[in-house]
Write a protein of this length. Structure first.
Length: 418
């Protein structure tokens, strides 16, 4: 069983470097299916989910070479692809759903097991399925699989999303690259990771405009060509380090961190008392006093990221004052609060709201990571606890944070795998 052992009381200080974004790298790998030949993704994070996606693409017929030291993967995509993504892999990797759009548009069919991943509530696939159906795919759910056929190809049209779903925008956008005519996605997601995917598609020959706005337009082309693309820095890992500095009264310089992708979270840290300054290739977060409590409501980008919600709740749990955190994206995120209560936090949850009364220090206790971000949040909570905390199921953390214990040790923390 995977466990992290964390000794509380550390002040984190030093420099960390952020690698490529998990939420981008996996989608870039899936999008490589759109072009026959060898694409290369660089600035790849050394995380377990990359291995899972590589195995999924291998089973679809691709030849994969991962250079972990260089942080690169080459994906040689055959002319004839498989179209079935089995449950044993898909259940480990929510991002496996991103092969749906490329397979439908390039192969004309797809069978993708309903995905698993993190236990943070229902993340329905209705927006994906409705959009692809509108484009001409026939889709049904059968024996735990999404079974799709588009033998006559897909056709562009205007699709308006009820919610700016990142995954649905990605699947519709990738499918539209090889569809007939022009596809317009209204109320599209605006996340930097999605823009990164769009830029990769453009480098492959796709005709896309409006990335980063509420309306994305894609003019279908007959074929795409392989390309090389560097993954953008991971803004959630970057944000995690920023909150870690504020929580531990620390001083962390985050190399390769994009402050412009975290404007609202960094504004909240300044409100909490931190000093944030830009550096030549990143930024620095420093605080020398107990942070002040801050109110936060999660929203799609450019709002406060739901993936940083566990970090702001942990910050507020040891901050001076009271606060309310509202979750507007994934209702299951508050599962994390149950573990934080075991550490002595004073939190009351009512529907989408968590009311938090800050205390000076948490109390060490055994806890369980239920997803990637909850696990990271619990590590940070353990750092501001009064003893030794054991975090079970730490494999979740490894799915999103490259060698988290080693990076924490470099900043002065006592965190080990046991």
């Amino acid at each position: 069983m995977d466990r992290f052992r964390v000794v509380g009381g550390a002040r984190l200080a030093g420099t960390v470097r952020v690698s490529g974004a998990k939420n981008s790298a996996l989608k870039l790998m899936a999008a490589s299916l759109l072009a026959v030949g060898k694409s290369k993704i660089t600035n790849l994070p050394a995380i377990a989910d990359v291995e899972y996606m590589a195995e999924l693409l291998t089973r679809l017929g691709c030849k994969i070479e991962i250079d972990a030291k260089a942080g690169e993967v080459s994906i040689d995509v055959p002319k004839t692809l498989g179209h079935r993504a089995d449950y044993d892999l898909v259940r480990k990797l929510r991002a496996s759903i991103n092969v749906l759009g490329p397979l439908i548009t390039r192969v004309g069919q797809a069978e993708v097991a309903l995905p698993g991943g993190d236990a943070i509530g229902s993340r329905g696939l209705d927006f994906h399925i409705n959009g692809l159906t509108d484009m001409g795919a026939e889709i049904k759910l059968e024996h735990g699989f999404i079974v799709a056929n588009a033998k006559n190809g897909l056709s562009g049209l205007t699709i308006t999303l009820e919610f700016p779903s990142v995954g649905a925008t990605e699947n519709i956008m990738t499918a539209a690259t090889l569809a007939k005519g022009i596809t317009s996605i209204e109320n599209a997601a605006r996340e930097p990771d999605l823009v990164d995917l769009g830029e990769f598609l453009i480098s492959m020959g796709a005709k896309i405009s409006g990335l980063g706005s509420h309306t994305i337009k894609i003019e279908g082309v007959s074929e795409l060509k392989p390309a090389t693309h560097a993954t953008l820095p991971d803004r959630i890992v970057t944000g995690t380090w920023a909150f870690a500095a504020a929580m531990t009264k620390g001083d962390i310089t985050i190399e390769n961190g994009r402050a412009d992708h975290l404007e609202l979270p960094l504004d909240k840290l300044v409100e909490a008392g931190a000093v944030v300054t830009t550096t030549e290739n990143g930024f620095r977060v420093k605080i020398d006093k107990r942070p002040l409590a801050v109110d936060v409501a999660t929203l799609p980008y450019p709002g406060f990221p739901t993936d940083l919600q566990p970090m702001v709740i942990t910050l507020n749990s040891i901050a001076e004052g009271t606060s309310v955190v509202t979750e507007n994206v994934f209702e299951g995120r508050f599962m994390f609060v149950n573990e934080l209560l075991r550490l002595g936090a004073k939190i009351q949850v009512d529907g989408h709201h968590a009311a938090i009364t800050g205390i000076e220090q948490l109390s060490a206790a055994p806890v369980v990571a239920t997803d990637i971000r909850a696990g990271a949040g619990l590590v940070l909570a353990a750092l501001v606890s009064d003893g030794i905390t054991i975090i079970e199921d730490s494999f979740h953390i490894d799915r999103g944070y490259p060698d988290f214990p080693a990076q924490l040790q470099s900043l002065g923390a006592d965190v080990t795998r046991v």
